[in-house]
Design a protein around this ligand. Structure first.
Ligand SMILES: C[S@@+](CC[C@H](N)C(=O)[O-])C[C@H]1O[C@@H](n2cnc3c(N)ncnc32)[C@H](O)[C@@H]1O
Length: 205
């Protein structure tokens, strides 16, 4: 059977490929949109659930999806282990639909799986599913000619152009934009990524 992402196999292995500690910017995001009864968060490309579960522990009502069955199985297991609930399902960032609205939309390391023809509609969708005053966090790997392709680069991943991410959601209030090169040891081989990040707020006007 052909698979669309190598993560399906990597998540089938013992342990947590990404560990169980939350992503490095998640506390910053939570500070910008603190938990309160009824606040909802969505994790797009949740992997094995470390961030979705952390947000549930903080008190948000959390929804999360990923393309991998093994990732969702582990997300649900981690949530159960931590005594919280996460509504997690298998879905594709290119085609997912939801009628819900979210105060936080978080997507780390996943937007580069969007097919070119789906990018504009994805950001329009973010506009529809983000609640007024809600916050979106997105990061994406960008191409730099002096950095080799990472050793665990995936089947359907496509590098974005530097700055491309910042051209979407132009009417939103930017809380942070940056581009950072960092070392990563995922897959066991040290390598470098260049990553663009945007945190922005849907301000009613
Ligand atoms: C770099 S990992 C990041 C995982 C998670 N956000 C984290 O930080 O732990 C990229 C994730 O994108 C998922 N993925 C790949 N293609 C996808 C798609 N078309 N739709 C949704 N998720 C996808 C992979 O299964 C993987 O979990």
């Amino acid at each position: 059977m052909s698979i669309r992402t190598n993560y399906e196999r990597w998540y089938a292995e013992e342990g947590y490929y990404w560990g169980t500690e939350p992503g490095r910017s998640l506390d910053e995001l939570i500070g910008l949109c603190p938990p309160a009864p009824g606040k909802r968060a969505l994790d797009i490309g949740c992997g094995e659930g470390k961030d979705a579960v952390y947000m549930a522990q903080k008190g948000y009502t959390v929804s999360a999806f990923d393309l991998t069955e093994n990732g969702i199985r582990k997300t649900l297991a981690l949530a159960a282990d931590r005594g919280v609930t996460v509504d997690a399902w298998v879905d594709d960032i290119n085609t997912f639909e939801t009628k819900d609205m979210f105060d936080i939309v978080w997507s780390t390391g996943t937007v580069q799986y969007l097919f070119e023809e789906n990018k504009a509609e994805f950001f329009r969708k973010l506009g529809r599913i983000t609640a007024p005053d809600g916050i979106v966090f997105i990061n994406v790997f960008v191409d730099k000619p002096f950095l080799p392709l990472p050793p665990d680069w995936d089947i359907e991943e496509k590098m974005w152009r530097p700055g491309e991410l910042f051209t979407y959601l132009p009417d939103w209030k930017v809380e942070r934009i940056d581009e950072v090169i960092f070392e990563d040891r995922s897959g066991g081989i040290p390598h470098h990524h260049c990553m663009d990040t945007i945190i922005c707020r849907k301000v009613a006007y």
